[in-house]
Design a protein around this ligand. Structure first.
Ligand code: C2O
Ligand code: CU
Ligand code: CU
Length: 478
């Protein structure tokens, strides 16, 4: 279990998560500006204890652990991360959700040359937004993410929200064989053209989900990140009322989730504030109810028997400070539309794509099972593909995404955060900014962003099988 709890007692009545950052905060800002944080991450095969069976699973790991080390950065402070490739294939690292220079975005062939075996690449950026992000490869994505390459990236607020504890659950889904190894068949046609590779083992922070011991009356900030290839999740906290304070790293109006379920599709992050209002000595289940008829207990909140930390929940505000996102100007926005097509319909037929692309076995051996506006960009993308659309720098883009398929798709855009305007014509409340927007079958989403960052940027489904099989495109900002 690779957890990430480090606490420092503040002089106020709260505990803040601070770790090493506390020391940094004491320095005058002139000193701080000069210092670039230097980190190294080694990518290599390794072993992990994913289940309670005691059996080791052969994985690929960042710094030898699954998930990789949690990177804690400071907002507006530069970092330099040297990635050493110890695999015997090319890799890259993509800093999912971070608004950074295009050359640091980690897409091989599009934004950088791939990192060859035995070679390094130095990523340098200054995170503009505080929040919960993550990192993963963008080369041979299905295999590399499927073998465990993923880690959390936390950018700390200058003034953290007042809580007693901060926790992180990085969720991963694995399809393991009976002897605890990663099952073969990554990229098979059924997964590619249907729901993607949903597995049979879910881990929290790389291990079997153990109960979380909590104290009555405490307030916890829980950062949730779904780093699965394909598994969607809808988490319910029995007897508790989590309040969403950020989505995909971006603060929103604090609100309780619709129907009490936190819906987390692959690549999505949600930060919640949880007041532990349960009874001492009791256990409350945390269940995942996304798939009809397949609900399971993920883990539990186990109250210790100590006296409550406080009688009433804190009344301290749980609003997070907002990030410096440029505001879209809808009055002068340029409209673009993305239509998602393809996938298996029933009767074993692919909708549209197969015939359109003139292929014998769609979805097979890296073929296309999906398309965006009639075009299928497969694999990890490449530099040769013409952008779907081009935006002049500074333009507000009003983007409509229509899902014409019978499947769910978490649509992810690199380099930007999208202001989500409406879903199926109904305005979206709570001022949500997202880099990954989950679309139900036949959904239409309208969103907007300011194209303030030049470069070629990916837009793709984060069900990794779908991405590899054509549900991916590129747009350009000049
Ligand atoms: Cu998590 Cu192309 O991204
Ligand atoms: Cu991304
Ligand atoms: Cu998809």
């Amino acid at each position: 279990m690779n957890s990430d709890f480090s606490f420092v007692v503040s002089r106020r009545r709260f505990l803040y998560v601070a770790g090493a950052a506390a020391a940094v905060a004491m320095q005058p800002s002139s000193l701080r500006a000069a210092a670039v944080e230097d980190r190294r991450i080694a990518v290599a095969p390794g072993q992990a204890l994913l289940t309670s069976s005691g059996q080791q699973t052969a994985v690929w790991a960042y710094d030898g652990t699954v998930p990789g080390p949690t990177l804690r950065l400071r907002q507006h402070e530069p970092v330099r991360i040297t990635v050493e490739n110890g695999l015997d294939e090319d890799t890259t690292v993509h800093w999912h959700g971070i608004r950074l220079p295009n050359t640091m975005d980690g897409v091989p062939g599009l934004t950088q040359p791939p990192i060859r075996p035995g070679e390094n690449f130095v990523y340098e950026f200054t995170p503009p937004d505080a929040g919960t992000f993550w990192y993963h490869p963008h080369a041979d994505s299905l295999v590399q993410l499927g073998r465990g390459l993923a880690g959390a990236l936390i950018v700390e607020e200058r003034e953290p929200v007042a809580v007693d504890r901060e926790l992180l659950w990085l969720l991963q889904d694995w399809r393991l064989t009976k002897d605890g190894q990663i099952a073969p068949g990554l990229g098979n046609m059924m997964d590619a053209a249907m729901s993607g590779r949903v597995g049979n083992v879910v881990t929290i922070n790389g291990g079997p989900p153990a109960d979380l011991t909590v104290k009555a009356g405490e307030r916890v900030r829980l950062r949730l990140a779904n780093a699965s290839l394909a598994r969607m999740m809808a988490l319910r906290f029995d007897g508790h009322r989590p309040v969403i304070v950020a989505i995909d790293g971006q603060p929103c109006d604090p609100h309780e989730p619709e129907g009490g379920r936190l819906v987390l599709a692959p690549a999505m992050r949600i930060d919640v504030v949880l007041d532990m209002q349960g009874d001492r000595g009791k256990r409350y289940a945390v269940t995942d109810e996304f798939y009809d008829g397949l609900a399971y207990t993920l883990t539990g909140l186990a109250y210790d028997t100590a006296a409550p930390l406080r009688e009433h929940p804190l009344d301290a505000p749980i609003h997070l400070p907002s990030n410096p996102l440029p505001s879209p100007d809808l009055a002068i926005a340029e409209r673009q539309e993305i239509i998602l097509q393809g996938g298996m319909m029933g009767g074993g037929k692919l909708a549209g794509v197969g015939g359109m692309m003139g292929m014998g076995m769609p979805g097979m051996n890296g073929g296309a099972a999906w398309a965006i506006n009639g075009m299928s960009m497969t694999g990890d993308g490449h530099s040769g593909m013409a952008p779907q659309f081009t935006l002049k720098r500074g333009t507000t883009c009003h983007l409509t995404m229509r899902n014409e398929t019978a499947w769910w798709h978490p649509m992810h855009v690199h380099g930007f955060s999208l202001s989500v305007l409406s879903r199926n014509g109904v305005p979206v409340p709570h001022r949500q900014w997202q880099d990954t927007v989950l679309m139900a079958p036949k959904d239409t989403i309208e969103c907007a962003f300011v194209a303030d960052n030049p470069g070629d940027w990916m837009l793709h489904c984060h069900v990794t099988d779908h991405q590899m099989a054509g549900l991916m495109t590129v747009f350009r900002v000049t």
